[in-house]
Ligand binder design. Structure first.
Ligand code: NAD
Length: 459
């Protein structure tokens, strides 16, 4: 196995050779990545299940299928995306033809989290390759079965000097971050995001940070409570609640709270049965450290449903918390598990008071039929992206940029936004030579009034 500096040296030589600039080379790689992934479908789904009991259905819908559709899109649109984009010229620089070239950064480092270990490793890799970069991917050490498949797939498709997966934990990530990169794409916690940002600052390396946070879900009294509860419960419990854009907590209009809690309980029973532990559809917490963290979060709270824990199997049943204190740990930390606190409001000011006390979230959800209510919330609050009358589903439209704001992230991706993220926008003006106004050249004496007139005329 080559050392990390040798791998990066090899990728630099490959990038400098211009090989990755060839669009048909990139398309061929993406097609071969797709066929390798399709060939390994059951191994991927089995690996996700071995890592944290993620069902094949959830593995398919929330990881496998999204990767394939992103690959299809990249293959279909790559020629168009990568063409220099002609923009209107400015009269000030007439005559010229002006373009934006989509130029790959070069050597990129992608660090992935464990919670959607296949999707969040491969998705950025697809767009990094589509944009003509080389990639070193570090998958998560916490989902070792999925990481092994990722490494195998990447090894079978890419020469090491184009893309490679390097497995390992914090030490490996630290060693990788100490190198000089042309772009860093990180998905993970805000805490580690700050470490990544300071490593990137050393070389002024541009980066994308896809981080987490506490995403609120506001529910007013105009809604169909059963529908809202069904969608909310689905989004909260997908992946065992370990989703960066999961609704973290609910702020419900106080007059519907009791009915909402009843409806969520019914939903949990309908989806997972009376004994959730026996359901093949409910994932486990990733490890005992996180299970214990969640147990600590709920131990002093008013649990109105669930709260069943088995640390030895990392099981925590879907849990509802009624009216936690705003300063409690459960309302200040990202929950990242199947625990849903429910707060209430009577006035819009009360909603603002809760939200303004928290960092800007990655996602924001409102259930309401009242257009002026949800439009005002959307206008008033800063967040990465959101949905009205559902949760999570904005992730599925590649025409919407996906990313956070403030402590929930920096930059965005998905579809063409991903391609643009991994491309430097290189401005090029091609000037005509048939006209060369002498006004700009010294000596300037007597020319200022003409310059002022010209500016006035041109607006
Ligand atoms: P994490 O930050 O612990 O780990 C992410 C990656 O960073 C892993 O590959 C890990 O090996 C590496 N890492 C860990 N400690 C490091 C260190 N000290 N120095 C360098 N690298 C280090 O995150 P996680 O537990 O894998 O994922 C959960 C978090 O990720 C949650 O906060 C969640 O909200 C967030 N997340 C965000 C998105 C998004 O798209 N915005 C998606 C998924 C998860």
């Amino acid at each position: 196995m080559k050392s990390i500096p040798e791998i990066i040296e090899g990728q630099k030589a490959c990038f400098d050779s211009q090989k990755t600039k060839d669009i048909s080379f990139r398309i061929a790689l993406l097609k071969s990545l797709k066929s390798e992934i399709l060939k390994n479908e059951s191994e991927i789904l089995n690996a996700l299940n071995s890592d944290f009991k993620k069902s094949h259905f959830e593995g398919y819908i929330s990881e496998f299928a999204l990767v394939i559709s992103e690959l299809n899109l990249a293959v279909k649109r790559l020629k168009k995306w990568s063409k220099p984009e002609r923009v209107r010229s400015s009269v000030l620089t007439f005559p010229s033809k002006d373009y934006i070239y989509k130029s790959p950064y070069g050597r990129t480092l992608i660090i992935a989290p464990w919670n959607y270990p296949f999707l969040l490793a491969i998705d950025p890799l697809i767009m990094a390759i589509a944009a003509g970069n080389t990639v070193v991917l570090k998958p998560s050490e916490l989902t070792s079965n999925t990481s092994k498949i990722l490494t195998k797939i990447i090894k079978n498709v890419f020469p090491d000097d184009v893309a490679i997966s390097i497995e390992g934990g914090v030490d490996t990530a630290t060693e990788l971050l100490a190198q000089k990169w042309d772009y860093i794409f990180f998905t993970g916690s805000t805490k580690v995001g700050k470490i990544v940002a300071s490593a990137a600052a050393k070389h002024l390396t541009p980066m994308t940070l896809e981080l987490g946070g506490k995403s609120p879900c506001i529910i007013d009294d105009t809604v169909d409570i059963d529908l809202a509860a069904r969608r909310l419960t689905w989004g909260k419990l997908l992946n065992g609640g370990q989703t960066c854009i999961a609704p973290d907590f609910v702020i419900a209009k106080s007059n519907i709270k009791e009915d909402l809690i009843k409806a969520i309980k019914r939903q949990i029973n309908n989806r997972y049965g009376d004994d959730v532990k026996k359901s093949p559809d409910f994932p486990r917490i990733i490890n005992s450290k996180n299970s214990k963290r969640l147990v600590d979060l709920i131990k002093d709270e008013n649990i109105v449903f669930g709260g069943e824990v088995d640390i030895t199997t990392n099981f925590l049943s879907p849990t509802l918390i009624d009216s936690p204190k705003i300063k409690s740990a459960i309302m200040t930390e990202e929950i990242f598990g199947p625990v849903l606190p429910i707060l209430t409001y009577n006035t819009e000011d009360e909603i603002s008071k809760i939200l303004n006390g928290l960092e800007r979230p990655l996602a924001f959800y409102v259930f309401s039929k009242d257009k002026s209510f949800f439009e005002k919330l959307i206008e008033t609050h800063s967040f990465g992206g959101g949905v009205v009358n559902d949760v999570l589903v904005h992730f599925g439209n590649p025409k919407l940029p996906f990313g956070g704001i403030g402590l929930s992230g920096l930059g965005n991706y998905h579809g063409k936004f991903g391609f643009d993220t991994f491309s430097h926008q290189k401005s090029v003006m091609k000037r005509g030579t048939w006209l060369d106004l002498k006004l700009r050249y010294a000596p300037y004496q007597g020319k200022l009034k003409w310059l002022k007139r010209a500016f006035k005329y041109l607006g």
